[in-house]
Design a protein. Structure first.
Length: 600
């Protein structure tokens, strides 16, 4: 039953309108003007939008969503706002139509997330387990249509979307090994049940997915087909992907027994914020499973490319070793959610078409990743960094609740946060030339008594990049692995931390501390500046690297993600899209009165 309550629908539209105006103002797509310090106006083609807003330290607007009016009328649907914006920028109607579909999908999903959050008090929300938390988070803070999921309808959303918080079993396929690309680094952790059996990779992988009884039933099925189990990989498939893409697009492989359908079985899973990564609800310490789902969500189709499969597992193992051997990173408690194994199966015809849409080359595969629950020591909780910018439905922030509950003052709490998140990531960049896209969904913060005490990183199949210079520290990576990784100039790599974390997480966090705890944004970013300089002072030998990766420069490039879609539209591309640049940002971390770090 679809449950659309008019008041909630109004709230959801108002909130999305506030986000759309705010982010598109930040990205310099629309140009509202201040009437006074609290009231703003945006006029286009005889239409007038008025709203209450405060301009914050990143020059972004934090808008009172209930105050927004169009020609004097409140409670306007987001589709109408988007249509006005489209007129003002002369957006092509084809793109506008598609954008409205994405916005409508986002609104519906936001409504379900809102209803889900409504069943908890703030106190209950702030103690949710890492998995339960995933169901109530608001999603990507910058993308205006952040829950587009084009290709899914209400039934799929009700079954598989994170905010639906439903558990489901996976579909299993046996795949002729000769068709696969793999990257596997053993050992996988064994559970008690499977310890008595001879160790083989397949058994280890299956032990992560199901009980021994389920596994035996699966292997029996394969034998009934007259197939030798050691010639096949058995892998899980997302049930939706199975019926929507795998059966119709890989039919020839079913016909010649290269693929064998083994049906639905095994442990129950629930979607994380990224939708395609699933947590094991039957045994939460078992691996998270990342599966391709060919839907367009935020910036791209969410498949799994073959490109990183052979390197991902070695990469995560190498980074893990590095984090354990580096004394500073150990002190910071930087942990790695290891990606033990990846398997990919190309679609044989599509792979021979060089310019085919990338989504056709990413339909079938799996990545096994250590779950945050497996890392937790007693007394620790895991929370996506995105939780720092989350509120309850009344607008009370989680971060203020965490700080109050921790009994620390704001400055001490933030010092802990920066020291275990920003600083180790910056060290990874300066000491080793390694960066990871550090947005709120890629970072898992480890908390003890509501105090940040560590960080777990993940997403090594594509979101980890290296500097394009030959730092000798990069020799920890085998040459063939280095070759598969994206290399970026230092001033680009810096944005994995600066834009990924400061602009895409902290920009949304600092206004809450100002509003709810009287901790100004100036203090917030000066503290961050101080922690970075405190770190730099400990590593005088890295002076040149600090100049190369300068987080404290007076201005920084502004990276705009929404503008890309307006420009490129929705047609298929053979590569993922690249962001656009806006006018440089006056860096809130820059402090003019202090001598800037310099080796000159
Ligand atoms: N706060 C957030 N910041 C960034 N992305 C978010 C956030 N919340 C939800 N998301 C969603 O998570 C995904 C982030 O993309 P990304 O490529 O980092 O992850 P992924 O590879 O899909 O999954 P995983 O991180 O589980 O490996 C997108 O689908 C995005 O819409
Ligand atoms: Mg991610």
């Amino acid at each position: 039953m679809v449950n659309i309550c008019s008041k909630q629908w109004t709230n959801i539209n108002n909130e999305l309108n506030a986000k759309i105006i705010s982010e598109l103002h930040y990205e310099e797509v629309i140009f509202p003007d201040p009437i006074n310090t609290n009231d703003w106006i945006w006029e286009v083609d005889g239409v007038t939008w008025v709203f209450k807003a405060k301009q914050h330290i990143w020059q972004n607007l934090v808008i009172d969503s209930d105050s927004i009016t169009r020609n004097g009328k409140p409670n306007i649907n987001s589709a109408e706002l988007i249509t006005d914006i489209a007129k003002s920028i002369r957006l092509d109607d084809i793109i506008l139509g598609n954008l409205i579909e994405e916005i409508q999908q986002t609104l519906y999903a936001d409504l379900i997330a809102y209803q889900h959050r409504n069943s908890y008090s703030l106190a209950q929300l702030t103690v949710l387990s890492g998995i339960a938390l995933q169901a109530i988070l608001k999603g990507h803070p910058k993308a205006i249509a952040n829950k587009g999921r084009l290709g899914w309808g209400v039934n799929e959303l009700a079954r598989y979307a994170p905010e639906a918080a439903q558990s489901f079993q996976l579909h299993y396929l046996a795949i002729d090994k000769s068709l696969t690309q793999i990257g596997i680094e053993l050992p996988l952790p064994l559970d008690k049940e499977s310890r008595s059996e001879p160790v083989n990779t397949q058994a280890l992988l299956l032990a992560q997915l199901m009980s021994t009884a389920d596994k035996n039933r699966l292997l029996d099925k394969l034998n009934q087909h007259g197939m030798k189990s050691d010639e096949y990989w058995i892998i899980p498939i997302h049930p939706w992907q199975f019926s929507q893409f795998i059966v119709p697009q890989f039919t020839a492989l079913f016909a010649n027994n290269s693929l064998i359908d083994l049906g639905v079985t095994g442990d129950f899973y629930q979607a994380q914020q990224s939708i395609r990564t699933l947590s094991n609800l039957t045994s939460p310490t078992k691996n998270d499973i990342k599966l391709p789902i060919t839907i367009l969500n935020t910036s791209c189709y969410r498949g799994i490319p073959g490109k990183y499969i052979t390197s991902g597992a070695v990469l995560s193992k190498t980074i893990n070793q590095l984090c354990q051997q580096d004394e500073f990173l150990t002190q910071c408690n930087l942990q790695v959610l290891q990606e033990w194994a990846g398997i990919h199966v190309p679609q044989t015809t599509q792979m021979r078409i060089p310019g085919t849409p990338y989504r056709y080359n990413e339909m079938l595969g799996v990545i096994f990743r250590q779950s945050p629950a497996a890392l937790l020591q007693s007394g620790q909780q895991d929370k996506l960094a995105a939780a720092l910018m989350q509120t309850d439905n009344q607008g009370n922030s989680f971060i203020a609740a965490y700080i109050k509950d921790s009994k620390l003052d704001v400055q001490t709490w933030l010092t802990r946060l920066f020291d275990c998140t920003v600083i180790p990531l910056y060290h990874l960049m300066c000491q080793y030339g390694i960066a990871l896209v550090s947005h709120g969904q890629n970072l898992t913060i480890l908390f003890e008594d509501n105090i940040p005490t560590g960080l777990a990183i993940k997403d090594f199949h594509g979101d980890l990049r290296l500097v394009d210079q030959e730092f000798e520290e990069l020799n920890i990576f085998p040459a063939h692995i280095k070759k598969t990784l994206t290399r970026l100039p230092a001033n680009y790599l810096l944005h994995d931390l600066y834009t990924g974390n400061f602009v895409t997480v902290l920009r949304f966090v600092s206004p809450y501390l100002q509003a709810e705890m009287g901790y100004s944004e100036t203090e917030f970013y000066q503290l961050l500046n101080a922690r970075i300089r405190h770190y730099q002072a400990q590593f005088p030998t890295l002076k040149e690297r600090f100049e190369l990766f300068d987080l404290l420069a007076p201005t920084m490039e502004k990276i705009c993600i929404n503008r890309v879609r307006f420009k490129v539209g929705y047609q298929d591309t053979s590569e993922r899209l690249l962001p656009e640049l806006g006018t440089p940002i006056a860096n809130p971390l820059f402090r003019e009165q202090e001598q800037h770090y310099s080796i000159k």
